[in-house]
Design a protein around this ligand. Structure first.
Ligand code: THU
Length: 136
């Protein structure tokens, strides 16, 4: 699975976004260590708070299916589904990534021309984790 293909799958996932409040559609494609890919989109809510980000939708689908080891995630988004720039995953999503991923997990933040790759260690330094602090 190339980064380019993963990005394509994230773009496809963005079409599934339910974002009637912000209009900001997000798509994600999560690559498991076994090569399978889980797609996710943001799912908003009239009460705002229950909104689920695209990244977490992908993670939760995968974890439900028994996946626990992950390689990378591609993320894209934009107003009305038009990608005008990249954006870094929100803090809640970073913490969910931390639960299952090591420092070298890669996040491809997509932009109109391609993507920028960063690691989880770069996005979430000094983090609280199951492995280091909870003995799991
Ligand atoms: N959103 C995501 O799906 N992922 C992020 O990392 C940042 C924000 C969604 C939440 C909401 O539906 C919309 O983008 C605007 O914040």
């Amino acid at each position: 699975m190339t980064a380019e293909k993963l990005c394509e799958l994230a773009k496809e996932a963005m079409q599934h976004a339910y974002a009637p409040y912000s209009g900001f559609k997000v798509g994600a494609a999560l690559l498991c260590k076994d090569g399978t890919v889980y797609q996710g989109c943001n799912i908003e809510n009239a009460a705002y708070g229950p909104t689920n980000c695209g990244e977490r939708t992908a993670f939760f689908k995968a974890v439900y299916d028994g996946k626990r080891e992950f390689e990378a995630i591609a993320v894209c988004g934009g107003k009305d589904g038009v990608i005008t720039g990249s954006f870094p995953p929100c803090g809640v999503c970073r913490q969910v990534m931390r639960e299952f991923c090591k420092d070298d997990f890669v996040i491809y933040m997509m932009n109109p021309h391609g993507y920028e790759a960063v690691t989880l260690a770069e996005l979430l330094p000094f983090s609280f984790s199951a492995s280091e602090h909870m003995g799991i």
